[in-house]
Ligand binder design. Sequence first.
Ligand code: FES
Ligand SMILES: [Fe+2]
Length: 385
Amino acid sequence: MPPVTLPGWIYHDAAFQALERDAIFRRTWQLAGHQSEIPNGGDYLRFDLLGESAIVLRDAAGEIRAFHNVCRHRAFQLLDGPGGHCDRLIRCRYHGFAYGLDGSLQNVPGEASFDGLDKADHGLRPIAIEIFMGLIFIRFSAEASGPSIAEQFAPYAEALARYRIAEMMPLGPATTTPINADWKVAVENNIEGYHIPPAHPGLQRLFGPHYRFETAPLGASHAGGPLRDASATSSWSERHYLNLLPTVDHLAPEQQRGWFYYAMFPNLAFDIYPDQIDYFQILPVAPGRAVSRTRAFALADDRRAMRAARYLNQRINRDVGREDVMLVEGVQAGLASSGYGRGILSGKESRVQQFQDMIRAAIPLADSPAPPLGGGGQDLEPTPL
Ligand code: FES
Ligand SMILES: [Fe+2]
């Protein structure tokens, strides 16, 4: 008997998503961006996830810090938009509290009217931060423990270091795409190559039989492989990409002409190409609805062939992305059926198994064949007195 999947009900259940927020998303490292997205003192990014909001900013001394995006007076959300620049102070638009770029409360209008106020006790609440290869990770829960991103990616650190990701700059804007599927459906699709032969003709032509995959102990996994040569494909973009892709001297020989995918529990992947990299992150919005957030980065390289290869890569992978959206939305539609329940997993889906085992470990209820009391799981939340 092959291993069974998680049950269908957890992919469209509001109470289960509340458990995911608390047991998974607040407790795991989440990618907020790359350091090159906030190059100057005062530049900031905002990162929102299931009711949490973080400000990730570079202070005047150049250090990157993260804070909860909420005023300590009466909770007004301080900064809006995806990012921007604030000069010396973050000023709340409600009553005018002003915070320094280090989070300290600097100014309170009518300060004497607050009985016994010590401003030192009311700075912005910090959020744990880790920078790995120039990538900024944050973790919302102050109580969360568990391995660092560097420890999780340790099996792949040497291979990844060759790409010089910390030195890269954005290759285009960040894009977000709404997906009518649960975040778990989108992640499971992203980390699984079993569907490549029937569903991604372009990737199948590029990899042929060379696609491989593996899981690492702390939630990371890896897939991809060497690309075939241009004679293996009749597609215009693929042939030109393979013919034009120039040598990148600092990469290892197998990296020169290979496409590799690295994933990290719960919701992050990196697509690592010789010509560029991107992050690909799936963010839950509601049960059965998510957005993907992606941005490409590359080293400065003005070679004409490199510019062409970068364009062609994005063209090839745009098609792959569209194919994947169709797949995950089709799965989400099927998960609503009373004719499903649980599926089965192939050995070629070992990365999905790893993902599902980590969901089970975080939320044991995930293995329950039906929602508690059979009623959509609404009784999971404690009843307020
Ligand atoms: S809520 Fe920010 S100053 Fe009042
Ligand atoms: Fe896919």
